[in-house]
Each structure stands twice: as structure tokens, then as C-alpha cells.
Write a protein of this length. Structure first.
Lengths: 234, 382
């Protein structure tokens, strides 16, 4: 059964009198525990699509179901609750909170979103920091660690709430090759270990070479899937 | 901090000023026969309290433990002569011990001569002493019109020169009350006013109301109250100056509210603006709008608490330093009065509460703005 199901998904941005059709009737299904990527040139609609899947925005028309919930019907508060329970986000610019330590950044969703008790919070945060190799830097602030380390912390933060789906928008764009592969490897391990679905939006061929399926977007339209449905991506 | 220091300093100035008025001459409150105050400029002998009435008043006052002392006074207008020249004088006949107990600064007003009032002596105001070139030890005559219209005079020795509280133009002199009775040919004690001093000035209105209630039961033949109880506020024009200070303090507090409101709102608006991406991030990972609102309100609250604490500490230090330095000022004829500001817990708590509440109010608009941000818009912010 599909974790993400989109039918004729359309998103139009209106800027004054100008209308920009960022997505044009896109349809697809993504299974649970997948490791897939949307690729395409700038302006193809990748980020828009990820924003829709992530309940950060609403489609203009069409249907989009994530974990069987129709996201267009959610209020702002319901969308926030849904994201807190089911989704994780990894951003291109890491977006760590600068006044919190590494530990506190990873702890934030458990404390402020899911209200997890202190003992359980501690054990989950420590476990994830160990998994991403950042346990020794847990008391450092974001401006004291490298880009690769920041992204590893971001991965830990995205996974600490046990989400069903993690959305990563250009997660390796600001990383060198070695660090990028390290981060991708960590994410694949998380997928294998926790059964989390990862959806990437990327130009990076390093990610493309690692995913199970690639959806290609161009001018807001889904022009291809590799491999074809039922096939295997090489 | 500035508001607290101003309240402390202006409060000290105000109470010193009030103290000068009440402790030098007026007393905290006065009791007259009803109608006397309206005619006080002419010092009417026909509106004195009889001995019996004064006795009732004294009996009532002795039941009020908050009253520390009282001084009955006979007041009359007369002529004062050094046998060469003559001028008018307002005379206060008092019991020296009672007068000193009721207005403790009385003795500090005596600039020449012994610091007392003996029988057969008169303390004359500075104006008359300078005008008629009279000094302590000189013999003078006081002449007064009695109630029956006859005129009587008596010789006195100038016991001392007394400063006027109201300025160099004052014409108030002092003699022993029995001498005053003799000049007025009073067979029985009659009192023009009774000045009263309280143990605790802060209980002024409560004691005044209580005494007034007790004495209002004493009615004359026409069924009207005999006694008129008034606080110093109703007897001195300097009350308006004290009220001005209170009004200024109130407006300073209003200014405080405005300054805190603008400052905190400015800080919070910038805090929200600088953290738009952060707000987008926390919203994206599932923080509810109400939680975001509360985060910024708590930030505003914390700024208010921090500001209040630091301000209070600085105010306490500055007030301590002012007391250490001993700033002096002059008021009326008194010089070298030492400003002694003090902070009371009520003022500290009130100002702190104002700062904290206004800080939270100021944080409301920026907090609402943050909570209403669309995460996708906020995440795009550079």
C-alpha cells in the first residue's frame, strides 16, 4: 500500500496578476520504506512537491494522501500535529536552532512537539546521536561544528520522533563529496533499521546513484520514473 | 530603575516638605469650632471653643492611641509696640511643653534667645524684630481687642526671635497661653484651635475620619456639629505642591509604561524578524502555532522579569549612594535639609509588575505574527 499517493496534483502560485503553474497534474505512488528521489532542473517543481507532501503547503487541485490522510483537508494546527507525528525534515541549509546545543536540537521535537517524558527523551536522543556519530559533540553549538556534522545532527533530529516519512530537500548540496556520501549512508542505514521512507529532492548524482527509484520532473510535470513501476533502478 | 529612584527621591522631598509644614507649625491635623477656619484671617474670638468643649475633645483624643500629642492654642490679632513704633501681630498662646511635643521643629525656628516660652515673655517673628529693631531682652507691649470690645495691653520681655515657616512676611508670635488669657481678659480657658500630632503619619486620614466621627455627635443648640476636624492638607496651600509631585509621579509611571512597551515591542519585532527561518523550521517539524505564540510570550515575559530585577537592584544601589552622599536642599526658611530617599516594597512590586505586564503585552503582536507565519514562506526567508 502506498504511503504517499498523488492524483492529478496541481499547484498554482498567484503573484498579483501573474500565475505560475509549479506542478501540473502530477500523479504517483510511493511505497512505505522506500528510498526515492525526485530530480529535475531548477524550477521543475521538486521543492513545491516536497512542500505539498510535507503538509507545508496545500495543492490548488488534485488529491494527495500521506499515510492515508488527505492533506488538503488539514487545518494549520492539524497539519502541524500531523507533521510532528509522521514526518521528518532535512533541509539544504541544515536549519539547526543556533542557540541550542547539538543535544538540544535533536531533543527539541520530543520536548516541544511530542511531549515525551525526560527519561525516554534522553535515551532516544543519545541513541540517535551515537548512530549518526555525533555523541561526542552533543554539548557543542551549531556554529562550532562542520557542515557535514550539522547535517548528521539534522538527520538525527528528523528521525528522533520515529517518523514514517522523511523529506530531504537537497540534503547534500552544501557538503563535500566525502561528507555527502557519509550522510547518504547514514540515511540509508536509518531506512534499513527503522523502515523509514526517505524522499529526496536533489540534483546530486551521488544521491541518485543510491536511491531505489528516481522520479524526473520538468516544468512541473512528471516526465519519467526510473525504473519503471515494478522494475529496479540501476 | 529611573522611576524607582524618582519615586524615592521625590517622595523624600515631599515628606520632608510636609514635615516642615506639619512639624514646625500646623501639626498633622487641627480641630476648630465650626466656622472658625472660614474666618481664620480675622482670628475671631467669638468662634473659640469653650473649656467644656475643649474638655470633650481632649477626652475623645485620649481614646485614640494613634495620637501622640496635642496642643491647644489661643489665637488673637493685636498690636505690637516697642514704645516708639507700633505694628500688628498675630499671637499664638500655647502651653510650651505641649506645643513642642506636637510640632517638634518649633524650637529649631527660634533663632535668638532661649529655646522656650516663659510666662511674661513673647517670641516675636523675624519681620517685626527687624522692622521695629527689637531684640531678645527688650521690653515690648502687646495690645488686643477683647471679645466685649474693650482694649487691653500687657508688657512682655522679648524671649526670642522666631523664624516664620511661611516666609519672611510672617507675623506669628508666641506667648504662654496663660499670658494670652490675661491679655484677652478671659476668665475661663477658651481655645481657638487644637493642633494634633500622630505617631504614624500614614494613618492620617483614618485618624482624622475617626475623630471627626466621634466629634460630629457633639451638636450645638441649633443641632449643628460643634467641631471641625481638618487634616493639614486642608489648611495649607503647600498641599497643592505635594499633590503636584504625586501627579508628576503618576505621569512618570505612564511614561515608563510607554517606554517599556515601545522598547520591548521593538526587541520582540526584531527577534521575530531575525528568526523567521527558525520559526519556519520549528513549525515544519510540528510545533503548533499556539506553542510558537507561547514561546515568544515567554521570551517577552523573561525580558520583563530580567529588566525588573536589574532595574530594582540598580535603583537600590543608587538610592543607597544618594543616602551616602547626603544631598542637601533648602525649603522655606530651612536650609541644609538632607534628602533621604527610601524604597518601599509596595513601590518596587508595583513598578516590577508594570514592567512585566507591559513586556508581555508588548510581545503579543510579534508573538501572534510568528505563530501565524506559514512555514513554507518562513523557510524561504533569507
Amino acid at each position: 500500500m502506498s504511503l504517499v499517493n498523488a492524483k492529478n496534483l496541481t499547484k498554482i502560485y498567484r503573484m498579483g496578476e501573474i500565475e505560475v503553474e509549479a506542478l501540473k497534474s502530477v500523479s504517483f505512488g510511493i511505497e512505505a520504506a522506500s528510498f526515492i528521489s525526485f530530480i529535475g532542473p531548477s524550477g521543475s517543481g521538486k521543492t513545491t512537491l516536497l512542500n505539498l507532501i510535507g503538509c507545508l503547503d496545500k495543492p490548488t487541485s488534485g488529491t494527495l494522501k500521506v499515510a492515508d490522510i488527505s492533506t488538503s483537508d488539514l487545518t494549520r494546527k492539524e497539519a502541524a500535529v500531523f507533521r510532528g507525528k509522521n514526518l521528518g525534515f532535512i533541509f539544504q541549509d541544515f536549519n539547526l536552532i543556533p542557540v541550542l546545543t547539538v543535544y538540544e536540537n535533536v531533543e527539541y521535537p520530543l520536548l516541544m512537539v511530542q511531549n515525551v517524558p525526560a527519561e525516554e527523551r534522553k535515551s532516544r536522543v543519545i541513541s540517535l546521536l551515537k548512530t549518526v556519530g555525533m555523541i561526542d559533540q552533543k554539548n557543542k553549538f551549531p556554529d562550532q561544528i562542520s557542515g557535514g556534522q550539522k547535517q548528521r545532527v539534522a538527520v538525527a533530529r528528523a528521525l528522533v520522533t520515529n517518523p514514517r516519512l522523511v523529506l530531504a530537500d537537497e540534503p547534500t548540496a552544501n557538503l563535500d563529496s566525502k561528507t555527502a556520501f557519509m550522510v547518504i549512508d547514514i540515511m540509508r542505514q536509518m531506512k534499513e533499521e527503522f523502515g523509514v521512507t526517505f524522499i529526496f529532492s536533489t540534483h546530486d548524482p551521488k544521491i541518485v546513484s543510491e536511491v531505489e527509484a528516481v522520479y524526473t520532473l520538468q516544468d512541473g510535470m512528471l516526465i519519467g520514473r526510473s525504473p519503471e513501476e515494478g522494475g529496479r533502478h540501476v | 530603575m529611573f522611576v524607582l529612584v524618582f519615586i524615592a527621591a521625590s517622595g523624600s522631598f515631599k515628606y520632608i516638605m510636609i514635615g516642615q509644614i506639619t512639624d514646625s507649625m500646623l501639626g498633622h491635623l487641627q480641630v476648630h469650632k465650626r466656622g472658625y477656619v472660614a474666618s481664620i484671617d480675622s482670628l475671631p474670638l467669638t468662634l473659640n471653643l469653650s473649656a467644656k468643649a475643649e474638655g470633650k475633645l481632649e477626652k475623645a483624643m485620649k481614646t485614640i492611641p494613634e495620637i501622640e500629642a496635642f496642643s491647644p492654642r489661643v489665637k488673637f490679632g493685636g498690636m505690637f509696640s516697642n514704645f516708639v513704633e507700633t505694628t500688628n501681630i498675630r499671637v499664638n498662646g500655647v502651653y510650651p511643653e505641649k506645643e513642642i511635643a506636637t510640632v517638634p521643629l518649633f524650637l529649631s525656628r527660634i533663632k535668638q534667645g532661649e529655646k522656650t516660652i516663659k510666662k511674661g515673655e513673647i517670641l516675636i517673628p523675624e519681620l517685626l524684630a527687624n522692622g521695629l529693631k527689637v531684640k531678645a531682652g527688650d521690653t515690648v507691649v502687646v495690645i488686643a481687642t477683647n471679645r466685649d470690645g474693650s482694649v487691653n495691653g500687657k508688657q512682655f520681655v522679648v524671649g526670642g526671635i522666631i523664624e516664620s515657616v511661611t516666609g519672611p512676611g510672617g507675623r506669628d508670635g508666641y506667648m504662654h497661653i496663660e499670658d494670652a488669657m490675661e491679655v484677652l481678659r478671659l476668665e475661663e480657658m477658651e481655645i481657638s484651635e487644637v493642633a494634633v500630632r500622630l505617631k504614624d503619619f500614614s494613618k492620617l486620614n483614618a485618624v482624622s475620619n475617626r475623630l471627626d466621627e466621634m466629634m460630629s455627635k457633639e451638636l450645638n443648640k441649633k443641632g449643628q456639629p460643634v467641631f471641625d476636624v481638618r487634616t493639614w492638607e486642608k489648611l495649607s496651600p503647600f498641599y497643592n505642591v505635594a499633590r503636584m509631585i504625586d501627579v508628576m509621579t503618576f505621569f512618570i509611571k505612564l511614561m515608563l509604561i510607554a517606554i517599556v512597551l515601545v522598547s520591548i515591542m521593538n526587541v520582540m519585532i526584531m527577534a521575530v524578524f531575525e528568526r523567521i527561518r527558525e520559526i519556519g523550521t520549528i513549525s515544519a517539524i510540528g510545533t503548533k502555532p499556539k506553542k510558537i505564540l507561547s514561546l515568544f510570550l515567554i521570551e517577552g515575559f523573561s525580558l520583563g522579569v530580567f529588566g525588573a530585577v536589574v532595574g530594582n537592584i540598580l535603583a537600590i544601589v543608587i538610592v543607597f549612594l544618594i543616602n551616602l552622599v547626603k544631598i542637601t536642599f533648602n525649603f522655606g526658611r530651612q536650609s541644609g535639609l538632607v534628602l533621604s530617599p527610601s524604597l518601599n516594597t509596595g513601590d518596587i512590586l508595583l513598578i516590577s509588575a508594570i514592567v512585566i505586564v507591559v513586556s508581555v503585552v508588548a510581545a503579543l503582536q510579534p508573538a501572534f505574527k510568528a505563530s501565524k507565519m506559514e512555514p513554507v514562506e518562513a523557510l524561504r526567508h533569507i
